[in-house]
Design a protein around this ligand. Structure first.
Ligand SMILES: [Zn+2]
Length: 281
């Protein structure tokens, strides 16, 4: 669930996210190690935030975080309405000992955001990773690439292999926000050192009221974020058609069938020789 509100009569927007279900769904699909679950949980939370802000039904984004960490490359997608999905190269990285998020993500690399608004050219933003902790990396990205200085606090609390609570608090001041108001907001967000822990004590709704309720708050509609993959047999069929009849038939003949797996949800799509022939009829 994403709770959002406008502060100071329009000078800042605050979002409080509880992404526990989404993160647990991702753990169920990918079997993340505990450390990877925390890193991917944070990344999925920020993806939910960004795709939750989309205004148009077809809007979508892809985030690639490549920091040369133990987890390898992270790929995240978000569709309009905060429908998110993601995968990481090494889902079981550091499974023997708990590692810091920055060890999983790595610090030596960049964060790439591609936003597709259905225009000719997608928006493409690139920023260097700051410390591989995801919070600061995205705070820097929003400031440098989107000119939206933002305070970002994300957190995932694990118990065993399960996520007890995951979420985030993100504040974006608008250009008309005064330095004093920005200072107050940044000061509040800097106290959120463990959002997962905080969400165990207070609901997203209570966090919104308790910390931001006294800043001339006006609420925006809630958004229901969710782990949802957009893959379908139709989509794989179009892929095979792009591949071409000869190529597709050759794979079927050498391997007996074509099997395409979705990296985001692990669903498998199988095409027999008859399927392929029918496809090109
Ligand atoms: Zn899928």
């Amino acid at each position: 669930m994403i709770k959002r509100a406008i502060l100071f009569g329009g000078k800042a927007i605050v979002s409080v996210l509880d992404t526990t279900q989404t993160v647990n769904k991702a753990i169920e699909i990918h079997g993340f190690s505990r450390s990877v679950a925390v890193a991917m949980g944070k990344a999925l939370t920020v993806t939910a935030f960004m795709s939750g802000n989309f205004k148009g039904a077809g809007n979508k984004l892809t985030i690639i975080i490549d920091g040369n960490g133990a987890g390898g490359k992270m790929v995240l997608c978000g569709d309009f309405g905060a429908k998110v999905r993601g995968y990481i190269e090494n889902p079981r990285a550091c499974e023997d000992a708990d590692a810091e998020v920055s060890q999983i993500v790595g610090k030596d690399g960049a964060l790439n955001v591609i936003k597709d608004f259905g225009l000719k050219e997608p928006y493409n933003g690139l920023s260097q990773l700051v410390n591989g902790n995801i919070d600061e990396d995205f705070a820097y990205y929003f400031t440098a690439s989107e000119q939206l200085p933002s305070a970002v606090a994300l957190g995932v609390k694990m118990e065993g292999d399960e996520c007890v609570k995951a979420g985030g608090i993100i504040v974006q001041p608008m250009p008309n926000c005064s330095p004093e108001e920005i200072f107050v907001l940044e000061d509040i967000v800097s106290n959120f050192t463990n959002v997962g822990e905080l969400l165990c004590e207070k609901s997203a709704e209570e966090i919104m009221d308790f910390y931001f309720g006294h800043f001339q708050i006006s609420r925006l509609p809630d958004i229901c974020e969710e782990y949802l993959c957009s893959c379908s047999r139709d989509r794989i069929e179009s892929m095979l058609i792009t591949l071409g009849k000869e190529e597709a038939l050759e794979i079927v003949r050498s391997q007996g069938r074509i099997e395409v797996g979705c990296e985001f949800c692990n669903r498998k799509y199988v095409f027999t020789e008859d399927d392929v022939k029918r496809l090109f009829e």
